[in-house]
Design a protein around this ligand. Structure first.
Ligand code: ADP
Ligand code: ADP
Length: 227
């Protein structure tokens, strides 16, 4: 479970990105933050893995304030997927996925085998695993980004507009894939998008933010639509 308790973020230049916002994200669900560009979604998301520190208020992960955790330790339990998949161009797809487990001492053989299994989970063949990121389509690269985030088997996944750079047909496929993975793996997913349709399709709970970093609504999609 992720809790934002009256968090506020004012950047050094005076911009207030998030304003006294409180929100509880239940464990094992996909919760979506949706709202127009600049409304503070990314800022809020990054408070969870301490890429951003709130100016006031607190963020708790499973009842513990994240500021009391060592950032590196914290991030081992939190996968992070962004729009540009951020893959290492000079490593094969499979080795991109295996990177983090290798860093933490998994044997090369096991890391590669696990990577192949994860790639299969996100719908990529073993053959594609041997290619370099530049030889994959945008949608395939996003799948690799998801596989890489899953490789450390984190209980929490932060996803920041992961599918917005791909065309609508591919995006629909990726959304399906994410829902299937979620059902299978039961991760706590916090997903950022500016696309209301995507929010409604993916979110078990949807938090609607408005300009100025305030929470406008927080509800299940059916309730949002009923208003
Ligand atoms: P969103 O993800 O909803 O587009 P962001 O969280 O990226 O919103 O940004 C919220 C507001 O904070 C915007 O006005 C943005 O320009 C501002 N902002 C984001 N990062 C910084 C920063 N490092 N310094 C100053 N202002 C920032
Ligand atoms: P190293 O890090 O040991 O220098 P790399 O992993 O960067 O090796 O690259 C291994 C080989 O794969 C190099 O010969 C490199 O030129 C080649 N290579 C890297 N990216 C691509 C790509 N997108 N398409 C084809 N070959 C590539």
């Amino acid at each position: 479970m992720i809790e934002f308790r009256t968090v506020r973020k004012q950047y050094d230049d005076g911009t207030v990105a998030v304003r006294e916002l409180s929100l509880t994200v239940p464990a094992g669900t996909v919760t979506v933050l949706v709202g127009p560009s600049g409304c503070g979604k990314t800022t809020l998301l990054r408070m969870v893995n301490r890429m951003v520190e709130p100016s006031s208020g607190a963020v708790l992960l499973d009842g513990r304030e994240v500021r009391d955790s060592d950032p590196a330790e914290l991030r081992r339990g939190i996968g992070y997927v962004i729009q540009q998949a951020g893959l290492f161009p000079h490593r094969t797809v499979r080795d991109n996925v295996a990177t983090v487990p290798l860093l933490f001492g998994t044997s090369r053989r096991k890391a590669r085998r696990d990577a192949e299994e994860l790639l299969e989970r996100v719908g990529l063949s073993r053959e594609l695993g041997k290619r370099y990121p530049g030889q994959l389509s945008g949608g395939q690269q996003q799948r690799v980004g998801v596989a890489r985030a899953l490789a450390a088997d984190p209980p929490v996944l932060l996803m920041d507009e992961p599918f917005s750079a791909v065309d609508p047909v591919v995006r629909a496929g990726l959304q399906q894939e994410l829902l299937r993975l979620q059902e299978e793996l039961g991760k706590t997913v916090l997903f950022v998008t500016h696309d209301v349709d995507e929010a409604i399709r993916l979110g078990e709970r949807v938090a609607v933010l408005r300009q100025g970093g305030e929470l406008a609504q927080y509800a299940a999609p059916a309730e949002l639509l009923a208003r």
